[in-house]
Design a protein around this ligand. Structure first.
Ligand code: GCW
Length: 678
């Protein structure tokens, strides 16, 4: 929202003062963003009071917004600020303090903290909250990162919002203004790191770390820098070979180590604050240390040693599994893979390595249990990887607000060190006092005018940033906040949009894959229903539906033993039919269609009901949105309306395909007599 506020701005917002290193780009951005927001809200820029240019000047005597870094604050203010920030663990923390006479101080130890605080004040301004309400906010996660699966040819793997913002025709070629706006957008939600290219690193991107491309990577890094965002590159483990410079990429070969050291030195000459490498190795046909009989600690540590002198880190992905499985083998289980691969390596990774683990053990399905690896590793830095882009959750044609799912993941109690060992505590590094931690989200943006294709998909990006900063936030509250910042304050609109967002993930789950089975999608693009699309394939993604029952037996007693990867009491909870939660039943157990759920319904009746109800929920969303006509701008109204109407048709297709599939398998009719196509 950049429209004028009906009541103008509070008195303090009419003036501002800035304290800190003169010309610091991040601090300048913070001040410029605040000034811009005030201008948008009131029609006038705030008057700039003499702040300072290096020395600790006097505290302003008229009410104003005084922002700055601790070391440069006027002495009276500095003491109060120091006290407020004393307990904050991160330099990116900020504090807001009321100042005598109606002023507001925004302070941090570092310019980036002032920037995040400025966006916090902008939120308050737009939400009509008191600017000077004291608060201290420190990010729970040090790394708050977006992973772009963008390719140099301008396409985006699993992208549903147009083409890449960074590349055209094999070149790093971007619209400076657009990328600056993107950086602003990310900073406003607290994101501080970005991997600019796909983890599947193809031929051209392999050359990003050569002299031919580095000046352009540096230009991109330069666009993000003033917004406190550090750039990472996804790298190809076989780079020394693929670039024709060495006969091997063996991580224990000294020539390979020297090669990567030189590469890192070169990168840092161009980009002194370069973040580091993101690596997908030995996964889905990507090269990796296995080729040379080495393990993943050997591979990650070799890269980490190259980056360490410069302060860089290696983010190594745990998405490693056998993608050439045999569906005939009921004992093989892809869900086990990450844990089986990485648990034996716990404690061997260097301190500047983070293992990036997808939220679930499979692959971003609409419903999965939480990956047991979060509870397993105790001597490794970990990061949580979420998929903001909706590969398996409606591809931004369907509205599917993912924050409630992410929240369940963050709140999941691994019991690794007894009760309270939540995923949020693990990935922040707090549970084991790890030096590093964080959260990454696979980006859902492209060059579409509204960034995300579906306007409501913006809420997912927003929620990711907000939760990465503070995992204790409530998804409904985030939805409300996003709605008000995006569509304004009309309570009718706010209630409707929040209602649609909060209903959307349960609806999507209901009309697609029931009770945790997953994977009933068309192979390749993963859109639309195809109950046996992955059933007899090599990818390890089965549900084993037959005429009697459905689901995967992952118990220790009779199945793949996957439940054994959890700590008690979670292990027993999932192991036993009597306690396994309904929504994950078919992930953990193979049961007859007549098995009775905790809900009191049989599995087959649940499937039918959920699919009918799911479509009804979408029909409700369409009606709720239709009533917003005239209350929000016509462009966004129409765009979302069209997508929702299309979603109804897609949901009906899902309903009918899945219901018919199971009806044909088992021959049990719907007890409510609704039409199921024979
Ligand atoms: O979800 C799957 C996707 C692939 C992706 C892979 C991964 C980038 O279908 O497109 O590749 O996961 O996460 O590496």
């Amino acid at each position: 929202q950049e429209s004028p506020l009906p009541d103008g701005v509070p008195e303090a917002a009419r003036r501002m003062a800035v304290f800190g290193p003169a010309g610091h780009p991040v601090l300048e951005c913070a001040a410029a963003e605040w000034a811009r927001a005030v201008r948008a809200a009131s029609g006038e820029s705030p008057a700039l009071l003499a702040g300072d240019a290096g020395d600790a000047g006097d505290a302003p005597s008229v009410p104003c917004v005084a922002m700055g870094v601790l070391s440069a604050l006027p002495s009276g203010l500095r003491e109060a600020a120091q006290e407020a920030l004393a307990g904050a663990h991160s330099d990116e923390a900020y504090a807001v303090l009321p100042v005598d006479g109606g002023g507001v101080a925004l302070v941090s130890r570092a310019p980036a903290g002032v920037l995040y605080g400025a966006f916090h004040l902008i939120r308050r301004l737009r939400l009509g909250q008191p600017l000077g309400e004291p608060c201290v906010s420190s990010p729970r996660n040090d790394l708050r990162m977006l992973d772009h699966w963008d390719n140099a040819d301008g396409t985006i793997e699993r992208g549903y919002a147009g083409r890449s913002l960074f590349y055209r025709a094999g070149q790093i070629d971007f619209d400076e203004g657009r990328v600056r706006d993107y950086a602003r957008l990310l900073a406003s939600i607290g994101v501080n790191a970005i991997a600019i290219n796909n983890v599947n690193v193809h031929e051209i991107e392999t050359r990003f770390l050569t002299e031919a491309y580095l000046p352009h990577v540096a230009r991109l890094a330069g666009a993000f820098r003033p917004y406190g965002i550090r750039v990472f590159l996804s790298v190809n483990f076989a780079s020394p070979v693929d670039l024709g410079e060495l006969p091997t990429a063996d991580p224990l070969d000294p020539r390979v180590e020297a090669w990567w050291r030189a590469a890192a030195d070169r990168i840092y000459r161009h980009i002194p604050d370069f973040g580091g490498f993101l690596v997908k190795a030995d996964s889905e046909f990507r090269p990796g240390p296995f080729t040379y009989g080495r393990d993943h600690a050997d591979g990650a540590n070799m890269l980490a040693r190259a980056l360490a002198p410069h302060g860089g880190v290696v983010i190594w992905r745990a998405f490693v599994y056998n993608c050439l499985m045999d569906w005939r083998d009921r004992r093989a289980d892809r869900a086990r893979a990450a844990y089986d691969h990485f648990m034996p390596l716990d404690g061997r990774f260097l301190d500047n390595v983070l293992l990036q683990i997808k939220n679930g053990p499979m692959d971003f399905q609409v419903r999965e249990p939480v990956s047991p690896l979060f509870g397993g590793l105790s001597a490794t830095n970990v990061m949580l990887e979420l998929q903001i882009t909706q590969e398996y959750t409606g591809q931004q044609r369907h509205v599917c607000y993912l924050a409630p799912m992410w929240k369940q993941v963050l709140d999941f109690d691994t019991h690794a060190r007894g009760p309270g060992s939540t995923v949020a505590e693990v990935v922040s590094g707090r549970l084991y006092g790890r030096p590093r931690g964080g959260m990454a989200g696979v980006a859902n943006v492209g060059d579409d005018v509204n960034w995300t294709g579906h306007s409501l998909a913006q809420a997912n990006l927003y929620a990711f940033g907000r939760l990465a900063w503070d995992p204790s936030l409530d998804p409904a509250e985030i939805a409300r906040e996003w709605t008000r910042l995006t569509f304004g304050d009309d309570p009718y609109v706010v209630r409707a949009v929040e209602g649609i967002l909060m209903a959307s993930w349960p609806a999507y789950e209901a009309y697609t894959a029931p009770l945790g089975v997953g994977w009933m999608v068309n192979p390749g693009h993963h859109d639309g229903p195809n109950p046996e699309g992955y059933e007899y394939s090599k990818w390890g993604t089965y549900h084993y539906a037959d005429w009697q029952g459905v689901g995967v037996d992952r118990t220790m007693a009779t199945g793949t033993g996957y439940t054994g990867q959890y700590h008690e009491p979670v292990r027993s909870l999932y192991e036993h039919l009597e306690t396994c939660p309904d929504e994950l039943l078919l992930f953990f157990h193979h049961v007859p269609y007549t098995h009775v759920l905790h809900s009191g319904k049989t599995v087959i009746q649940h499937i039918y009901d959920a699919h009918f109800d799911g479509v009804e929920a979408v029909v409700w969303m369409v009606e709720a949105w239709r009533r917003l006509e005239g209350r929000i701008d016509p462009v966004r109204f129409e765009r979302v309306m069209a997508r929702l109407e299309d979603q109804v048709q897609r949901a009906i297709e899902w309903r009918d395909v899945i219901n018919t599939y199971f009806y044909r398998k088992c021959g049990i009719p719907d007890e409510r007599g609704r039409h199921i196509y024979p």
